[in-house]
Design a protein around this ligand. Structure first.
Ligand code: ADP
Ligand code: C5P
Ligand code: MG
Length: 212
């Protein structure tokens, strides 16, 4: 009715350029989410090999930060031991630094955003995920995998695992729901054996196949 219609958002050239820009590089980011032990790291390695992405695990970056003797090391270590989420400013800085120093422009960001604070803070960087890969797995199976992981992690013990599951349900699932409402979530049945999970992952990444 009338002549006043919702005007299409006027997107200036500057805004287009600003979206997903990191310095002068335009990046493609996929968030890889799922409970602890759902197989994020395992499948990210496969994706790197087949689709030319660079894998950035927020947990790995935080553990490297502890090892490097950073001033935040003790705080991060205490948070990890308790299964708590480290403040976004720390984690985002590590992710940004890793993306800047890597010449690739396609990144799998694994284990981030883990809560609403992570998500909202990353949104301020103007980088938004192409989609969110969500590994769905039962706690029973994830617990079995974590107890068998054998990487000497301070948080792969039953007490911390239970805390991590609680944080996942209370803080991380709402993030997945947020992206689901935007139709950005690609859900994978992660309870299946590794090669079968990867078959499903491959179908999702097919549009990103490396040029041969
Ligand atoms: P996440 O990064 O999500 O915490 P990982 O990839 O480290 O999980 O996997 C946790 C453990 O479970 C590892 O020991 C890994 O080898 C194993 N694992 C991963 N995916 C599967 C699967 N589909 N079936 C059985 N074991 C798996
Ligand atoms: O993903 P991963 O299992 O390696 O994470 C291990 C721990 O690292 C988490 O339980 C949490 O303490 C910390 N972490 C965090 N913020 C993130 C990702 C991981 O605080 N975005
Ligand atoms: Mg992992």
């Amino acid at each position: 009715m009338g002549t006043v219609v919702d005007a299409p958002a006027v997107v200036t050239e500057k805004e287009v350029v600003a979206e997903n820009m990191l310095g002068d590089k335009k990046v493609t980011v996929v968030f890889v989410l799922g409970g602890p032990g759902s197989g994020k790291g395992t499948q990210c390695s496969n994706i790197v090999e087949h689709f030319g992405f660079t894998h950035l695990s927020a947990g790995d970056l935080l553990r490297a930060e502890i090892k490097s003797g950073s001033e935040n090391g003790t705080m991060i270590e205490n948070m990890i031991k308790e299964g708590k989420i480290v403040p976004s400013e720390v984690t985002i800085k590590l992710l940004q630094q890793a993306m800047i120093k890597n010449e690739n422009d396609k990144f799998l960001i694994d284990g981030f955003p883990r809560n609403e604070e992570n998500r909202a803070a990353f949104e301020n960087t103007k980088i938004s995920p192409a989609f969110v890969l969500f590994f769905n797995c039962s706690e029973e199976e994830m617990e079995r995998r974590l107890l068998g992981r054998n990487e000497g992690r301070v948080d792969d013990n039953i007490e911390t695992i239970r805390k991590r599951f609680k944080v996942f349900v209370e803080s991380s699932l709402p993030v997945i729901e947020y992206y689901d409402a935007k139709d950005k979530v690609k859900k994978i049945d992660a309870a299946k054996p590794i090669p079968e999970v990867f078959e499903d992952v491959k179908a999702i990444f097919a549009p990103y196949a490396k040029a041969t």
